[in-house]
Design a protein around this ligand. Structure first.
Ligand code: ADP
Ligand code: MG
Length: 918
């Protein structure tokens, strides 16, 4: 017993000495690859919950993080009866909360010491108990993890007080259930999140609904895919506020009391289980907002389906841990007594098995352990509070309660985020976006057409109006000048006639007068009138000139107006041109959008497949299938077979696949855009990983298209994914022959020669390794350089690649050996001919067991035929065979090696020559 403390202490050695809450993750690995999560409203509070957000953030890693079950011990003070009855005896426990230790007295001078994650004295408030035991778990649940809070202890030590107290009369005494719901309600948003509760009782392996007691045979359903347990028969009540939850707890409590009275037992014999489901949508993360900015490409790149997180909180008020009196004093038969205890003792056994790291955990032995499979050794964050009393009379029960707690502290869980993609809403969103774009596009096109028509008409109107104005003005001017001119002429004529008449009459009247004076005076008169006339003509001319100038100005003015009209007509034309260009741009944009929609569809397919794969990988999680394990490529492929064709995700992929159609996907392989090609080839590779689809793909020409990609594409991702798809298709004999006849080996060898990425090489090596296992193709495969290609890939040195190469060689050697035995092959092994032996010998003792095992097998196959013996001896293979026959961990290989060595005369001779001990 004395070393119990040491056990406890060594277990806690990774914790620092500072006072840390139960939530702090003791495992340093948890910090790897952490991504910050959005801060939740709850994070504000007590120092006790510090660090839990970081731990939860650390848990974001897909693979999960280690999270040990945290255990607190809570001591109840003496009750009245104990105060009287045990007045003369000291308490059997002593607490040292600052050291997180508890001493259990054996007698007056000796005690055992135990260490816990938290030691809560009889003075610990309910608030403090909530904060150290439950709050970190509640926060994890709000972040999308499963969580469990459980109380274990003897009847009367305070389990129900700790968990289930409603505290209506005294707020300070509110228990964990009530406080947990308060925190949850404060953090969720009821518009976007959903919050539901079920409340159950488990008694004698029967589950009864505490919210509907007539429903008393509820069965547990396990999802074979995820391992999640659920109770589809239980009432699920949506919670909208604290009052409705309190009401629900009251109803549950009353029903529990009534049911137990009817069964003639006490509630201390049954387990009460409260389940709270919190489903939250994660908004604002990489969600594309396109349309407003019209940046379609950006939209494609950041496209991610919205995410929902589903956390489940389970609060378990266990039955009393005391041993039931098997004599049946409570009125039960022995069988009943066993059944009453079954779940609790099964829980004890599971925790023992987990604490000891045993390979078998008897989870299926009881309903309770099936319900709690995620809580212990699963993916939930789990807190256990063990309750004890101080009375020395119950020392035995108290000791066993403490031991239960100590063992539970050794249980490691692997916390995992319960996050899913919400494809339905993504698809809905894409549909809406698409429709919006279509409407917008159509609307714009219409507006442009109308605008062009309007401008054209307006321009034509303006031009004809200008032409009309110009002609009118010209005509008016012409008429005016004509009139003016005629009038001037008329005036001049009149004047001239008048002058003529005047001169004639004057000449007649003065005929007898002095001619010379006559002439002189007459000359004077006519002179004056001519001058006068001249002045008048000049004046007229001046006027004429002026009005001509004005007319010219007017004409110029009109001309410039016409020019202006002409210019505006030209600018109207350029505007039309501009609009035309815009229209063309718009059409181009539309085409681009259509291309992007095609990418979106293929991406959506891809995302669906990836999610499918991820969920399958999660499904496999924890099974011994490490990346380097035997035939990892094949296992991967096999694991991709549908396990449950009825599930929704699968159906949605099938639907998408149907909608898009295989031919369309295959045609995308020839797209010009590399991105599209990559998406398409990924989709094809995913499809090819399922046996069901392989025939369809080959039939539709997919194999040829994939081989064509190896030939034509220069993109390494395309090479890698295409080779992976070919490797998958190459699992089937008919396809293997097709690959050969279509020159697949040469293409794969060529791709391998240029590839640098180990994963590409691994896929190619895997494909060739599959072909190596076909008896009919041996000669051809070798003739086209298959073995040389395999050997060439060892340059990369990556263990995954080497494993595939080794597998290929083992496959080849096996077929060869078979052919030799049947007499269809004579002569030395083609592997030896192609120089593989030295690599085989070098790697026969490779540190990676998977590589070693393939090579060991290959060596045994080669050694079975005497023709190979000489080369094997000179090449050093004999030594390896001797080693295999002595130390190989697999007995069948060891025996095979031994038998081979004994039956070959050449080996026997060499062994005895060298006097090797066998
Ligand atoms: P259990 O559920 O383990 O059988 P209960 O929670 O019913 O035990 O507690 C038994 C009695 O002890 C109840 O009357 C309860 O009020 C009282 N009690 C238990 N723990 C405490 C505590 N920490 N402080 C005060 N009273 C307590
Ligand atoms: Mg109780």
């Amino acid at each position: 017993m004395a070393n119990n403390f040491r056990n406890g202490s060594s277990h806690r050695s990774s914790l620092t000495k500072t006072d840390r809450p139960l939530s702090v993750n003791s495992n340093a690995k948890g910090a790897v690859k952490s991504k910050p999560l959005p801060a939740s409203g709850l994070r504000k509070s007590s120092p006790a919950s510090l660090g839990s957000a970081a731990a939860a953030a650390a848990a974001k890693d897909d693979a999960g993080v280690l999270g040990r079950v945290r255990v607190a011990v809570r001591l109840r003070s003496r009750n009245e009866e104990e105060m009287v009855a045990d007045a003369d005896f000291a308490d059997c426990v002593e607490l040292q909360p600052e050291l997180k230790r508890l001493k259990l007295r054996k007698n007056n001078w000796d005690a055992d010491t135990y260490e816990f994650d938290e030691v809560l004295t009889e003075f610990a408030s309910q608030k403090r108990v909530y904060e150290v035991v439950a709050k970190p778990v509640v926060e994890s649940v709000l972040d999308g993890y499963n969580g469990t809070i459980m109380a274990y202890g003897q009847t009367g030590t305070g389990k129900t007080y700790t968990l289930g107290r409603l505290g209506e009369e005294d707020k300070a005494s509110r228990g964990i259930m009530v406080r947990a719901m308060e925190d949850i309600l404060a953090d969720v948003s009821l518009e976007t999140d959903s919050l539901t509760v079920s409340y159950l009782q488990l008694y004698m392996e029967t589950i009864q609904d505490l919210l509907d007691p007539s429903n008393d045979n509820i069965s547990i359903v396990e999802d074979p895919k995820t391992g999640d347990v659920s109770l589809p028969g239980a009432n699920v009540v949506e919670i909208r506020d604290q009052q409705s939850f309190m009401e629900l707890l009251r109803i549950g409590e009353a029903n529990r009391f009534a049911a137990n009275t009817k069964l003639n037992t006490t509630s201390s014999r049954s387990h009460a289980i409260l389940m709270v489901h919190v489903k939250r949508s994660v908004e604002g993360r990489d969600i594309a907002h396109s349309g407003e900015n019209g940046n379609g490409t950006q939209m494609v790149k950041t496209l991610k389906p919205p995410i929902v997180r589903k956390g489940k909180l389970v609060v378990v008020d266990l039955a009393g841990s005391e041993r039931i009196d098997k004599s049946g004093s409570e009125g039960h038969t022995l069988e009943e007594a066993k059944s009453i205890n079954l779940s609790l003792s099964a829980l004890g056994k599971c925790i023992n098995a987990l604490a000891e790291g045993s390979s078998h955990v008897p989870v299926r032995d009881s309903k309770l352990t099936r319900l709690l499979r995620d809580s212990f050794g699963g993916t939930a964050r789990t807190s256990l509070v063990v309750t004890i009393g101080p009375s020395p009379r119950h020392r035995g029960e108290t000791a066993s309660t403490i031991m239960f707690g100590q063992r539970a502290m050794k249980v490691e869980n692997m916390l995992k985020l319960k996050e899913e993609f919400d494809y339905k809403s993504l698809s809905r969103r894409l549909d809406i976006q698409l429709d919006k774009l279509i409407v917008e596009n159509e609307r714009k096109q219409k507006t442009f057409e109308d605008e062009i028509e309007r401008i054209t008409i307006e321009a034509q109107n303006r031009i004809s109006e200008a032409e009309r104005n110009y002609e009118d003005a010209l005509e008016k001017e012409r008429l005016k000048y004509q009139k003016d001119y005629m009038e001037s002429i008329k005036k001049l004529e009149e004047k001239w006639i008048l002058n003529q008449q005047k001169q004639g009459s004057e000449r007649i009247m003065s005929g007898s007068k002095d001619y010379s004076s006559d002439v002189a005076s007459n000359g004077k008169d006519s002179m004056a009138s001519v001058v006068e006339e001249l002045a008048e003509v000049k004046k007229l001319l001046l006027k004429e000139t002026k009005s001509r100038k004005a007319a010219e100005g007017e004409v110029n003015n009109l001309k410039s107006q016409v020019a202006q009209w002409k210019r505006s007509e030209a600018s109207g034309n350029t505007e039309i041109l501009k609009l035309r260009e815009m229209l063309e741009d718009e059409t181009q944009q539309k085409n681009k959008l259509e291309g992007e929609i095609a990418i979106l569809q293929s991406q959506l397919l891809q995302l669906s497949f990836e999610a499918d794969e991820t969920s399958k990988r999660l499904d496999r999680g924890g099974s011994a299938n490490g990346p380097g394990s035997l035939d990892s490529l094949m296992t991967e492929v096999r694991n991709q077979q549908p396990k449950d064709s009825g599930n929704g995700e699968k159906a949605s992929i099938a639907k998408l696949f149907e909608q898009v159609g295989l031919h369309k996907i295959l045609s995308l392989l020839e797209a010009e855009d590399t991105d599209v090609q990559i998406h398409a080839v990924k989709v094809v590779a995913n499809l090819a990983s399922e046996e069901l689809n392989q025939a369809k793909i080959v039939e539709a020409g997919g194999l040829s298209s994939l081989l064509m990609l190896l030939r034509t594409s220069e993109d390494e991702t395309i090479h890698r994914v295409a080779a992976g798809a070919i490797a998958n298709l190459a699992m089937n004999e008919t396809n293997q022959e097709l690959i050969m006849t279509q020159g697949g080996i040469r293409l794969l060898s060529m791709t391998a020669a240029n590839a640098e990425d180990p994963q590409t090489l691994r896929m190619i090596a895997g494909a060739i390794a599959n072909l190596c296992g076909n008896d009919k193709l041996q000669t051809k495969l070798r003739g086209e350089g298959g073995i040389k290609a395999l050997l060439g890939m060892v340059r990369c040195g990556h263990p995954d690649v080497l494993a595939q190469v080794a597998r290929g060689i083992a496959n080849f050697a096996k077929c060869e050996s078979r052919a030799s035995t049947q007499g269809t092959k004579t002569g030395k092994s083609l592997l030896i001919e192609d120089g593989a032996l030295s690599w085989i010998v070098q790697n026969a003792n490779n540190g990676a067991s998977i590589i070693r095992r393939h090579i060991e097998l290959a060596l045994c196959h080669l050694a079975q035929h005497e023709v190979n013996a000489k080369d094997m001896i000179t090449g050093g293979a004999l030594w390896e065979l001797v080693r295999i026959s002595q130390d190989c961990s697999r007995e069948d290989i060891r025996t095979l090696a031994h038998r081979t060595l004994t039956s070959s005369p050449a080996f026997r001779a060499e062994i005895s020559r060298l006097r090797i001990e066998r």
